[in-house]
Design a protein around this ligand. Sequence first.
Ligand code: KIV
Ligand code: ZN
Length: 512
Amino acid sequence: MTTTDKVMIFDTTLRDGEQSAGIGLTTAEKLDIARQLDRLGVDIIEAGFAASSPGDFQAVRAIAAEVRRPIIASLARCVPGDIDAAWEALKDAERPRIHVFISSSDVHIMELLRKNPEEVMEQAVASVERAKGYCDDIEFSPMDATRTDLDYLYKLVESSIDAGATTVNIPDTVGYAVPKEFAERIRNIRQNVPNIGQAALSVHCHNDLGNAAPNSIAAVMEGARQVEGCINGLGERAGNASLEEVIMTIETRKDLLGVHTDIDTTQIYRTSRLVSDITGFPVQPNKAIVGANAFRHASGIHQDGVLKQRATFEIMEPQAVGWPSSALVLGKLSGRAGLRARLEELGFQLTPDQLNEAFDAFKDLADRKREVADADLEALMADQRRARSEPSIYNLDHVQVSCGSHEIPTATVVITGPDGSVTDAATGTGPVDAVYQAINRVIEVPNKLTEFRVDAVTEGIDAIGDVTIRIDRNGQSYVGRGSDTDIIVASAKAYMNALNRLLIMERAHADA
Ligand code: KIV
Ligand code: ZN
């Protein structure tokens, strides 16, 4: 049996990743992520689960229409309505893929589907055939494959390929497998499914026991040639295999694995930052590849070693994953060319208009902050991206607060909305509460604040404050972010961001 040495990277940040509790993305945000995944060079983008909600349908359709290089996939259960919806959303794609799945383990078949294995087999075959009526590229996933009886799994995989599946994906849906065992299952499938050579073999591992990336790599060593996962390891429960970990393991251990991907690894850092910024899910500092400490050496012995020869304690170059190469700081006197060069180095490609906007914001920041570091520029660009890609219904024109040890915190806001400009004021338990109460008086959308976090993006008293909040309404959670050297202003921006996203998403639902 022959295999190629290319491992296809299937990104499901916009589908399984969006299933993470607390993430909800607008179509514009999904498009921003999809464009960056395209720059990263992923082979397949699973843009959503078209039948699951009107918002998902709209996002799959928008990505399929715009992002032309990678394959664009939509997930579908093995039911006609889902498959038809997937195709409807995908039909403008340059390279569409319908990804059908059905449960295959006894516990899922009996307790979840309340069916018998023969019925599931028939439903799987009929669904692959139906999908094949729409397009050639069909992926089939037997859900909970790692807890599925092996003989039944062989038969199901074989039948799905006979019915037209071009990729067969083996999900470790509940993150139960360990690497040696998972590798054996992949080997067994390759040895016992007679037509397996007619389809690409894929894996999709969850991280419940922390084995998602190691299981994926173990499968690659046994001939799997597609790996599914999410940026920053997002996904249901403990998440999916972290794609940056899988990609950099393949890249760094070429000697052992003998395979490659077509990923532009220098886009990894940028992609991770963008996904974290848009989802509001921070990256833990000690996270492999993209955590703030991933390339920092703290102990004296390590620092000494790295200064003498990097290879003593570094197995990858930070630049290989796109970490900014210098800590050059810009300031008040820096010009447009200097700013552009620095932003390009950080991975931002700007149009002339975007550069003008960025330059104005940079000058404004440099007036308030003596040194503008890379992290400041990233926060500034995130603010600009939000303003650009998330059409606001309401804009905050002005915020003013009075507070102190003997004062009742009072805030005044000026907000422009569909009915023009409105000024209002309110008191609160503290300055941020007063601002939020004042905003609530203008934008009357009852909600519950469930998370409020302030991070300083650099050190020092003049650091930019990056505020992340989460608000809940009708069981749905919406993230909001804002940054400014004034944390009250940053908090106000974050709340406006969350409210605008909530209104846009609720409207998209109502219109569908
Ligand atoms: O984890 C899983 O089994 C899935 C499938 C739908 C592929 O996400
Ligand atoms: Zn999954």
